[in-house]
Ligand binder design. Structure first.
Ligand code: MG
Length: 327
């Protein structure tokens, strides 16, 4: 009998303002994942009368724990880039000299009620304060899921560099590092694994930037980035000029950085107001922070764009940052 391999294809659907992830599994004798297709009329990507959309593999992850994972991009049936495909634009401008570190924040939720874990009575038992990096029942929930997710990502070769319990109970963060457009592929696949592993625990995931209004932190996706010059031929002038360039197109940036971000970027909770652009050394109330690391290394290092929301599409973030700084 022929040897069959199994591949789990992931794609982004046509929902607005944020896409959902979809997947399906292919069993094939092929050694590499072939192009495939799906019913775009079920994902807001095509009309029923002409419903085929195409899946083109862009990244394959050997998976010791199950089907190999295949990140894909979507084309229309005529092989043109589908309007829902933001990867194509990012891939045009982002080269591998650009490195990215995403700080993905999110909440684990009760799938029945949608409430964050630890909020079963409507609010947590204590105000914010002891939850960040906390330990002990009542201070932290979801640790076993976060740990399982970390190992699943590392097993796929996705570079998660850390995880931590966040400021609100039920809220977590992981950091995901990558180079070039693959950094965004990796982030999407890491999100996919997060949703899927949480599903196995009977738990939901919420990546909305402000699931709980009031005096509770929202969820962001701080995006650290650098290119070759920033890492090895940097200067105060270079870093300031990059910040100034991004500031000139602040509104475009915000449009690329996730919906409902105005609920999070209020000027409180370590954020700058959404209508204001600022940057500064070590300033967590700024739009862009120049890390002390960078200054102490004689202005060689990276920048942290603190504006992207937790629900932002990393392809749009990459296209905005690199597109702006290479213009
Ligand atoms: Mg954080």
């Amino acid at each position: 009998m022929a040897e069959y391999k199994t591949y789990e294809y992931i794609w982004l659907d046509g929902y607005q303002p944020e896409a959902n992830m979809r997947s399906k599994v292919k069993a094939t004798e092929a050694d590499t994942p072939p192009d495939w297709s799906f019913d775009g009329s079920s994902t807001q990507q095509a009309e029923g009368g002409s419903s085929d959309c195409l899946l083109l593999p862009v990244q394959t992850y050997a998976n010791p724990n199950g089907h190999d994972i295949v990140m894909t991009e979507v084309q229309a049936a005529d092989h043109t880039t589908h309007p829902s495909n933001y990867r194509a634009a990012a891939a045009e401008v982002v080269t591998d000299e650009w490195w990215f570190g995403f700080e993905q924040e999110f909440f684990f939720t009760d799938p029945e009620t949608g409430e964050p874990l630890g909020w079963e009575n409507g609010t947590p038992s204590k105000p914010q304060g002891e939850y960040y990096c906390g330990v002990g029942a009542g201070n932290v929930v979801g640790r076993e899921i976060s740990d399982a997710h970390l190992h699943a990502c590392l097993d796929l070769g996705i570079t998660l560099t850390g995880t931590n319990a966040e400021v609100a109970i039920g809220q977590w963060e992981y950091q995901c590092f990558g180079k070039g457009v693959k950094a965004a592929d990796d982030l999407w696949v890491s999100r996919y694994l997060l949703f899927k592993i949480a599903e196995e625990f009977g738990v939901g995931v919420n990546i909305h930037p402000k699931p709980k209004t009031g005096d509770w932190n929202g969820s962001g996706m701080h995006t650290n980035f650098s290119n070759e010059a920033m890492r090895s031929a940097g200067s105060e002038e270079l870093f300031n000029s990059y910040c100034d360039k991004l500031g000139e197109v602040h509104a475009e940036g915000i449009a690329s950085y996730g919906s409902d971000n105005d609920m999070r970027l209020t000027g409180l909770h370590e954020t700058q107001s959404i209508d204001t652009f600022s940057y500064g050394v070590s300033d967590r109330g700024a739009s862009i922070r120049i890390p002390v690391y960078t200054v102490e290394h004689n202005w060689n290092g990276y920048l942290e764009d603190r504006r992207p929301a937790s629900n932002a599409d990393p392809y749009k973030i990459l296209a905005h940052i690199v597109g702006t700084l290479t213009k």
